[in-house]
Design a protein around this ligand. Sequence first.
Ligand SMILES: NC(=O)c1ccc[n+]([C@@H]2O[C@H](COP(=O)([O-])OP(=O)(O)OC[C@H]3O[C@@H](n4cnc5c(N)ncnc54)[C@H](OP(=O)(O)O)[C@@H]3O)[C@@H](O)[C@H]2O)c1
Length: 329
Amino acid sequence: MTLPKTMRAIEISAPGGPEVLTPVEVPVPVPGPGQILIEVHWAGVNRPDALQRAGAYAPPPSASPLPGLEASGRVAALGPDVSGWSVGDAVCALLPGGGYAEYVATPAAHALPIPAGMDLREAACLPETCYTVWSNVFMRGGLKAGEVFLVHGGSSGIGTTAIQIASALGARVFTTAGSAEKCAVCEGLGAERAINYREEDFVDILRAAGGADLILDMVGGDYISRNIKALADDGRLVQIAFLSGPKVELNFAQVMTRRLTITGSTLRPQSDLAKARIAEELRAHVWPLIEGGRLKPVMDSEFPLDQAAEAHRRIESSGHIGKIVLKLR
Ligand SMILES: NC(=O)c1ccc[n+]([C@@H]2O[C@H](COP(=O)([O-])OP(=O)(O)OC[C@H]3O[C@@H](n4cnc5c(N)ncnc54)[C@H](OP(=O)(O)O)[C@@H]3O)[C@@H](O)[C@H]2O)c1
């Protein structure tokens, strides 16, 4: 593959609203040891990209300052010490940053093959949500078949993925979403009960079901104390974001007397090795679900690269259901 010297990309010209996403021409990255260079065909858009754009989620020191945490495309070049990939292979990958660009370098161990039967557009939506859901719900949260699982934001990229994987693996899935239309989509994906949080109290519904064994929460704020009420004895709460804020007053007696576990994580700052371990688990446990038709990204919309600002307006409107992608080729 002949590589150009420069490429089209989107940079964050200054912290701010979607309008700071600016088309630029920048050098094509050179893959380092253990890295592959990907010719990007599609890039996934995620809420953390909007946080980074607003100045609230700084990239790790070694990462590209360009936004974009996942992409699909073809392997365009190999850095030193890479095995298992060849130039031209179709691939999707978790990225440390830099996905809103025609080429991106990422550790080869964070790349995964395109599941059989899936196109590159859908595959661009797999890495960020699958890594986040698998590592938090299963590796950290230990969800088991038969347990009651509550995921907030069921219509989000994370939510639609969590509902499908957890129900495919035998959990009883409950979820919250902000409209009847979103709730219907969530139930179509396998949720036993989708709760329109604007009309119903998820605490009452989960308590009537015996309590949640595991809750995956991205809302925070007043949901934190309500989550604790909704948990069963020995339940676990895994926090992955705080859309309504991280600071609350909390009575920890419940945590002690009902033996609750409160934990959480962010994916991006974790070590390359930790992410490679998650990738191995995805290959073993989640890729077979995709190839067996049990998990399919819910596609909301696509935008050309130079309309990345529109893509951010859409994700921040919360009008979307599922995933938004940028088209590069
Ligand atoms: N910790 C990690 O490693 C990690 C990795 C990836 C993503 N995340 C986080 O996971 C969340 C989902 O990510 P995503 O990319 O799937 O984003 P997304 O599709 O935009 O999901 C966010 C959803 O949350 C719901 N929501 C509930 N309360 C909200 C509030 N107060 N403000 C705004 N939205 C609210 C919205 O749906 P309704 O209309 O139903 O309210 C919205 O669709 C984000 O918060 C993201 O930062 C964390």
